[in-house]
Design a protein around this ligand. Sequence first.
Ligand code: UFG
Length: 341
Amino acid sequence: MRTPEEPRRILVTGGAGYIGAHVCRALAASGFQPVVFDNLSHGHAWAVRWGPLETGDLIDGARLDEVFRQYRPRAVIHLAGLIAAGDSVIDPGLFYHNNLAATLTLLDAMRSNGVDRLVFSSSAGVYGEPETIPIPESHPFRPVNPYGATKAMVERVLADFATAYGLRSVALRYFNAVGAAPDSGIGEAHPHETHLVPLVLDAAAGIRPFIEIFGSDFSTPDRTCIRDYVHVSDLADAHVLALSRLDQAIGAESFNLGSETGASVRQVIDMAIKVTERPIDARMSPRRAGDPAILVADSSLAKSVLGWRPVYATLEQQISTAWDWHKRYRLVDSRCAAPAS
Ligand code: UFG
């Protein structure tokens, strides 16, 4: 016998992480019950606020079976995985194990437990150096690092599983996630930070003496890299919409999630100076390996098919919410232990 709440139960792998915690918040706001599965290697138990936390490794099929049997979720949102593209070049084996092999274990557990709906956390990293800007979903996959390759491979697996086993999936290709849900107690808190916005805010806060600009010789107006920054709450909302889509559509689909506006590294730093009202020392450094000059999304498909409507459209809104979180969290405990209550 299924209990009345089981159809609203969603297993969220990586739900203790930055984007995962925001997804859980959005699920709860829409009447779903998120069940987090996370090994806490990068996520935080304190970020799990909207449902139970089950600790475990995705590679452990027996543990996964136990959790599936206990909660009988209707669908899975799969965000667990390693994200630092630079690290993936240094240790590709780790990335293929964590992002590809572990996903296969998860898919096996879904099949043996009769769960046929998946939302997968993919990435703009699948495209590599783009041929066209903005980038549509039809752009060829040419990942320039093992991280992007793992995402592209999983998308291929999902297409094959749709054909052979009837798995329904939506892959969401995030561009650059930034910001924090206001007054939510969650935000970007990677133990070993590599992302631009939190590092720039660290420099504004005096936690770091300066920010390095990786490359000032790109073919862009101010010669620094251009990215498409998209608010994490808007990304989270897209996951809820993707669950509805899985009720209507069969097969494997993919959608870009970006704000469709490019901002250069220099523009991000200038905006952070404006928002924080603090000076930021920015120093030129050589290019970082594997950084495309420009990544900007065409997200029209997510808007027309999923009905996605980003709310935090401007860089100023995005960095303001990041700074509100940063003041409360990083300035209180720069070791990433827990936010101030
Ligand atoms: N950058 C700097 N200095 C820093 C850190 C970053 O100049 O100290 C630059 C990077 O060179 C890049 C931009 O800031 O041009 C953004 O870099 P991030 O590290 O914040 O983000 P990435 O674009 O490298 O990657 C992010 C996610 C990936 C995802 C990608 C998709 O981490 O998972 O966006 O666009 F694939």
